[in-house]
Every structure is written in structure tokens, then in C-alpha cells.
Design a protein around this ligand. Structure first.
Ligand SMILES: Nc1ncnc2c1ncn2[C@@H]1O[C@H](COP(=O)(O)OP(=O)(O)O)[C@@H](O)[C@H]1O
Ligand SMILES: [Mg+2]
Length: 282
């Protein structure tokens, strides 16, 4: 089992700063060999966790980006039609029975593994990121549930394929829809919220070279205050980072600087939000 301290230190080394709770989740998931289901608003480090884990533990990152209409063939495998056709035109013409041909062209050599199968076929365990699963359909979710429950998949033409290694699976969701109880049960479920002041400050100081402590404190203070307001879209870590970089590039030393107002569009994405906060004291 990976210790919580070890996980935190390794992720720190990749400039991914997580809280104790998330480190515990990663540790438990690795112990139980269960997928992690991360929910939370956009830009709080869900995708980032998978990337950081892959880099920290030197495991290949295989990513399946979900979208509406995503189906098994794009997630699991496709037949390499071109290769099959070429085979039919060349080698297969000398084969006597159609059964033999069929056996050949529907063998592993003609398979194009897509992310899920790629992860299962890998000799070394990989990090399998199934990103934004809330964008996929419920039908796909059930298929996934089955594949992830026993780490094997069935390919009708040649049977069941068991995983060579159990991947570290991270599923993420921005909460566009709810999941079945089955999926939640199968996974270690965790909600990533916006960071607290100290962690956000640490992220800024780590990721924005040359920023002063005083400016980063003001930025984080302001952003944390913004998140308490009623906004159409609250700023996430991604926006705080962008804003901090912009203000540093403009040589701003304090939020009282005249230039700051013109940069609010880096943390707020809707004009109505910008207008509603322009009355806030910067
Ligand atoms: N815990 C964290 N430590 C360091 N950087 C973070 C952290 N969480 C988020 N970030 C930064 O915020 C940005 C958005 O994170 P991302 O993982 O893409 O969010 P999500 O997948 O939740 O929408 C990334 O550029 C990442 O560098
Ligand atoms: Mg993401």
C-alpha cells in the first residue's frame, strides 16, 4: 500500500498539491484496486490528478475522453479494416476455407485497441483516465461498470480478454448528471471542492514564478471571496493561476492598481459576473 505521506510528496514533486483527504483516497484506491470517481466543478484538479499520478509513479497515462454518443468501439477496440482487406487480397486468396480466413482476420493481430483495451493489454499497470464521464450516455456507463468490475472484456469474435495488469483508474465528472449507485459502489468516490486559502496560496506560489507573497495573498483572498458571491460561473484554480500570471506579467504589485479592473475577465467568464463584482472592493 502506498503511504499517504509518500503520495503527497510524490504529487508535490509534480507541483500537484492535494489535501490529506485526497491522498487518503488515492492510497485506499490503490490498496483496494478500485477506480477513483472524482466529482467537482471544472478546474479544480480532477484531470490534473491523473496526470500527476502518472508522472509521479512513472506509469503511462492512457486517456479516454468521454462525449455524448461515445460507444464501445471507440472505447474498447475496432477491427483494422484496411489490414483485413489487404490480407483478403493477398494471403487469404491461398487459404482454402472461409473459416480459416475468418479465424485469421478476427485475431488479435487485426485488432486496433482503443484506450480501455490498451490499458488492459499493457504489461505494466497504467493510469487510465476516463475523463468527463458525465458527458457519456447511461448505456456507456453500464458497459464501463462491467468492464471495470472484473477487469475483463469480451470480444465476440475471440472471447474474453483479461487484463494483463490492473490499471489505476481515475474517472472524472463535472456533475452534468448523476451516476448509478452501481458505479458509485464500484469506485472510491470523492468530491473535489475549491481549495482553501492555504492550499490555493501554495498552488499559486508553486506555479507562478516570481510572484510576490503579498500579491498572491491578495489574489487568493479576492478569489476566495468571489466564490462566496452568487455568480454564474465561479472562478476555479485554473482561473486563479491565469490571473496571477497576467498580473505578474503586468508588474502589478497590489490589487489596488488601476490596471487590475481590465483583467477581471481572466477570472470571470460572464459579463454579468464582472459587472456584479466591480462593486466589490478590490
Ligand atoms: N491541486 C492542484 N495543484 C496544482 N495545480 C492544480 C491543482 N488543481 C488544479 N490545478 C491547476 O488547475 C488547472 C485545472 O485543473 P484540471 O485538472 O484541468 O481541472 P478539472 O479537470 O477539475 O477541470 C490545471 O492547469 C492545474 O495545473
Ligand atoms: Mg478536466
Amino acid at each position: 500500500m502506498l503511504s499517504i505521506e509518500e503520495i503527497k510528496n510524490k504529487l508535490d514533486g509534480q507541483k500537484y498539491l492535494c489535501n490529506e483527504d485526497l491522498a487518503i483516497i488515492v492510497s485506499l484506491a490503490s490498496l483496494l484496486k478500485k477506480p477513483i470517481l472524482l466529482e467537482g466543478p471544472a478546474g479544480v484538479g480532477k484531470t490534473g490528478l491523473a496526470k500527476a499520478l502518472s508522472a509521479s509513479f512513472n506509469m503511462e497515462l492512457i486517456r479516454l475522453q468521454c462525449y455524448e454518443g461515445l460507444d464501445e468501439s471507440h472505447a474498447l477496440y475496432e477491427w483494422n479494416y484496411q489490414k483485413q482487406l489487404l490480407y483478403l487480397q493477398t494471403v487469404a486468396k491461398d487459404l482454402t476455407s472461409w473459416e480459416m480466413v475468418q479465424k485469421d482476420i478476427f485475431s488479435r493481430d487485426f485488432l486496433l485497441p482503443r484506450p480501455l483495451l490498451k490499458a488492459f493489454l499493457s504489461e505494466k499497470p497504467v493510469v487510465l483516465l476516463i475523463d468527463e464521464i458525465d458527458k457519456s450516455d447511461e448505456e456507456f456507463e453500464s458497459f464501463l461498470l462491467e468492464a471495470l468490475s472484473d477487469f475483463q472484456v469480451t470480444i465476440p469474435e475471440f472471447g474474453t480478454v483479461e487484463a494483463n495488469s490492473i490499471p489505476m483508474v481515475i474517472l472524472t465528472s463535472n456533475g452534468a448528471r448523476d451516476f448509478s449507485d452501481g458505479l458509485k459502489r464500484r469506485c472510491v468516490h470523492y468530491y473535489i471542492d475549491y481549495p482553501d486559502f492555504d492550499r490555493e496560496l501554495k498552488i499559486i506560489c508553486t506555479k507562478v514564478p516570481g510572484i510576490s507573497l503579498s500579491l498572491s495573498q491578495q489574489i487568493v483572498d479576492f478569489v476566495q471571496e468571489l466564490r462566496k458571491q452568487k455568480l454564474r460561473k465561479k472562478p476555479s484554480i485554473a482561473e486563479t493561476l491565469d490571473w496571477a500570471k497576467v498580473l505578474t506579467a503586468l508588474n502589478v504589485e497590489s490589487l489596488a492598481d488601476e490596471k487590475v479592473k481590465a483583467t477581471l475577465n481572466f477570472i470571470l467568464k460572464y459579463q454579468e459576473d464582472i459587472e456584479s463584482v466591480s462593486t466589490l472592493k478590490l
